[in-house]
Design a protein around this ligand. Structure first.
Ligand SMILES: [Zn+2]
Length: 269
């Protein structure tokens, strides 16, 4: 049974029954066996779009380079702006992005200096553009939570286990290493109209609707869509936006693909 068929089945059933189908989808993804990681190369932007490029092909440096460590698939080229981080592919515990900056946007917590205000430089610039264009359209966005270190994720995860037990914790909070927030490429966004909450109600606010249809123009994607829970293996999060660059974000938006599906469809150059 393919994943498309799974879409027809209740999503909660899939969450409970595990993710073997997802694993088989992900296992089909091509990876670079061994390429020495090169930070400059990995940080290259995806936005330089050459007209001779096939939009559905992607340079090999943007694919995860994976090494198995203690039974986990650990990403070796973590600084790749297109890194596929999920419950199958983990960031290393010691990975801290080298170019974290604080974007010049409104935060729900004001001017407080905190790691969650940070994003990688390329994503921060894109976020500034997105927030300022939103504002010119009367859409007032607030950044809630960006970069999250491995250790901070660990404490959040442990606190959730204490609260609801490990099974429920794994659905609600990313296992340390499996959070896109550690990449410095994801931002949780909300609005005053939603009392700055990160909840499903955000999808019905003017801000949530604007983001859903416009974010790709700035290189961001709604990472965990409602109808793709069986693919992402994360609950629906209308507030979580991930930077992947304008080219990939636009393709994903047009085809209604998650990042998992994008890597399954795109050809490695
Ligand atoms: Zn998030």
């Amino acid at each position: 049974m393919g994943w498309k068929n799974l879409l027809l089945i209740g999503t909660m059933t899939i969450l409970v029954s595990g993710c073997s189908q997802i694993n088989s989808l992900l296992n089909k993804l091509p990876f670079i066996a061994d390429e020495s990681s090169n930070n400059n190369k990995n940080q290259q932007t995806k936005d330089d779009d050459s007209p001779i490029n096939d939009p559905l092909s992607l340079e090999s440096i943007f694919f995860n380079e994976i090494k198995e460590v203690d039974g986990k698939n650990v990403i070796q080229n973590s600084a790749n702006v297109m890194a596929l981080v999920n419950k199958e592919f983990y960031l290393p515990a010691d990975y801290i992005p080298g170019d974290l900056v604080r974007p010049n946007v409104a935060f729900s917590f004001g001017d407080v200096e905190t790691e969650k205000s940070l994003l990688r430089k390329e994503a921060a610039l894109a976020l500034e553009k997105m927030f300022s264009e939103a504002a010119t359209n009367g859409i007032e966005l607030y950044a809630i939570s960006g970069y999250r270190s491995f250790s901070r994720q660990q404490s959040l995860f442990n606190a959730e286990i204490d609260r609801v037990g490990i099974e429920k914790a794994e659905q609600a909070v990313a296992i340390p290493g499996a959070s896109e927030h550690q990449s410095g490429l994801a931002m949780d966004i909300s609005s005053q109209s939603n009392k700055f909450y990160l909840n499903e109600a955000f999808e019905n606010t003017p801000e949530g609707k604007w983001l859903k249809d416009q974010a790709h123009r700035f290189g961001f994607v709604l990472r965990y869509p409602k109808e793709k829970i069986d693919i992402t293996n994360y609950m629906y999060e209308p507030w979580h936006y991930r930077y992947v660059g304008v080219k990939a974000a636009t393709i994903m938006y047009k085809h209604n693909w998650t990042l998992e599906e994008y890597f399954n469809e795109v050809k490695k150059m």
